[in-house]
Write a protein that binds this ligand. Structure first.
Ligand code: GDP
Length: 301
């Protein structure tokens, strides 16, 4: 909840102010509500749906008090933001469908990919699983060193090669090692070169082919890391990535630093991909499994 303070401030506090002293909904009210939701980056379509629904209800209902009105609003927003398509929350200590369970992590530089891999490694390890990190971003000079620092913090082994080495070769080494060492999870870091789509696509499909030589159904997940503080830009970035690779889940980072955390809610609706994890700080413990109901409640109640 603390990690979401800024977004909460942006939604909950503004709604409380909007409702203050009112028992009726007029056009001005609806316009302000729309502004609030848009500014929290809930997404334009989701916002319009919410406002429509509330307009409809307001036609037929009377509110006895400011509190009644507030409850109706919160209730309706919560309903609209719920999404049956969400994957149910899977904890780090849940049994894995198969091992080694290979997770590919993609995303452009700076979004928090390295940090998120470190946090995931820590969580899986804490849950009693044997984790290996594959440093397959061989393009960036400091990528492997940065990842080594996180591997050490999490207390898990890392497999890497020199800068400029073939990423697929790192993945082959990693997956081979994971099989022979009986590892549970392999977290594969990849280079985030979105500006060169053809190259990115080729690199990722080669990584997958090579991983499949050792683990035929790898990768089991492809997680895209997005910086939530970039709001709607994160959605555009996701759409670009989805042209190159089949993304199975999202990690939204830096929610602690933004008032636009509403993007977490709109994004899975818009992209039809579930949000799996959210980053709420720079420390190794600052990763949460995304639970939509809890998240919405933290923002509204
Ligand atoms: P990469 O280039 O995508 O691998 O990004 P890094 O993992 O190196 O992270 C970039 C910056 O974002 C670093 O300064 C991180 O500390 C910071 N960062 C990553 N995740 C979070 C988060 O959830 N909250 C905050 N406040 N900072 C984060």
């Amino acid at each position: 909840k603390e990690g979401l303070a800024k977004t909460r401030e942006n939604i909950k506090t503004k709604i409380t102010k909007l409702v203050k002293g009112r028992t009726e909904i007029d056009d001005e009210f609806l316009e302000e509500l729309e502004q609030i939701l848009i500014s929290a980056d809930v997404g334009v379509q989701t916002t319009l749906d919410i406002v429509d629904k509330i307009t409809e209800r307001a036609k037929n209902e009377r509110y006895a008090s400011e509190e009644d009105l507030n409850n109706m609003l919160i209730d309706e927003i919560q309903k609209m933001l719920s999404d049956a398509r969400d994957a149910h929350v899977v904890d780090f200590d849940a049994p894995l469908p198969s091992t080694p369970y290979v997770i590919l992590i993609v995303g452009v530089n700076g979004v928090g990919k390295t940090t998120s891999i470190g946090k995931m490694a820590y969580n899986y390890k804490t849950a009693g699983k044997k984790v290996l990190i594959a440093a397959a971003d061989t393009f960036r000079a400091a990528a492997t060193e940065q990842l080594e620092i996180w591997a050490e913090r999490a207390g898990v082994p890392i497999v890497g090669q020199r800068q400029g080495a073939d990423p697929a070769s790192v993945v082959f080494d990693s997956v081979s090692s994971a099989v022979s060492r009986d590892m549970d999870v392999v977290l594969v870091d990849t280079a985030g070169r979105l500006h060169n789509k053809i190259h990115l696509m080729e690199e990722l499909s080669k990584i997958m082919r090579v991983a499949q030589k050792k683990v035929p159904d790898a990768p089991h997940e492809v997680l895209l890391v997005l910086d939530a503080s970039t709001g709607q830009n994160a959605i555009n970035q996701a759409k670009e990535f989805m042209k190159s690779v089949k993304v199975t889940g999202l990690i939204l980072t830096k929610l602690d630093g933004t008032a636009k955390g509403g993007v977490v809610i709109g994004i899975s609706r818009e992209l039809n991909i579930p949000v799996k994890y959210i980053g709420v700080g720079e420390k190794i413990e600052d990763l949460q499994i995304f639970d939509r109901q809890k998240f919405i409640e933290a923002l509204l109640k």
